[in-house]
Design a protein around this ligand. Sequence first.
Ligand code: BEZ
Ligand code: FE
Length: 281
Amino acid sequence: MRNINEDSITQAVIGAMAGCKNPRLLSVMTSLVQHLHAFAREVALTEDEWFEGIKFLTAAGNISDDKRQEFIPLSDVLGLSTLVTAQNNLKPEGCTESTVFGPFFVDGAPKFDNGDDIANGAKGTPCFVRGTVKSLDGRPIAGAVIDVWQSDEEGFYDVQSPIASGEHEHRARGQLRSDAEGGFNFRSILAHHYPIPHDGPVGAMLDALDRHPWRPAHLHFMIEAPGHERLITHIFREGGEYLDSDAVFGVRGSLIVDWPRQEGGFHTLDHDFVLNPVAAP
Ligand code: BEZ
Ligand code: FE
């Protein structure tokens, strides 16, 4: 394999992978190389531009750690997360739709009982959240594991700020279980619109593209129950800003819900979730 040139390089790389024993990996990598090379040819990529790309990816890696994730938002703002979510979550009519996961889920968040306040000191207008988890045939699902997470009134998730003295590590996030009737409820704070983290390379990219970093107000849910597909979704606030220009393209009409303000100034959110049963083997 010598004297590889502009025309022969793609086949040379594909040929170098011919011994790969994993057929799926081989198929994905072959396609990736073909598309990557086609992209470079199509835009006639210069060496300076190629090096800018390398610098961008290096910066995304350098800014990421166990609390800050830059590659998920990168995938999100490029629409790749929505594309992958959509093509892998085709559900029958009646099921709750999925949307992007985002970078702010934390494994091991505190467990709560129904009725508890999950805010743990996070600041915001009080909000009471209530709902049920059901299967597609309408049967309630008892014991479903429900993870919820959200930003505070200033648009920050707990993981985005250092823990001040006396503050709880986990704020406005937690895990609950549905009761015998599939019901769950908890107190929290009203979710607010917020910008995705834009002080890193993804923010610089959005700036360069004249795009804004804002997401409409939402509350994240991840619901797991035996015999059902895991549901990753959010519920958006009807009437909120940015519903039509979400920086990460995650809004589904069926997930926009009224969170009415009640006498006394608090808000309520009432929503039922329908899980897709796993097809019998
Ligand atoms: C989120 O909703 O938490 C989120 C999603 C994508 C990028 C940043 C944040
Ligand atoms: Fe979010």
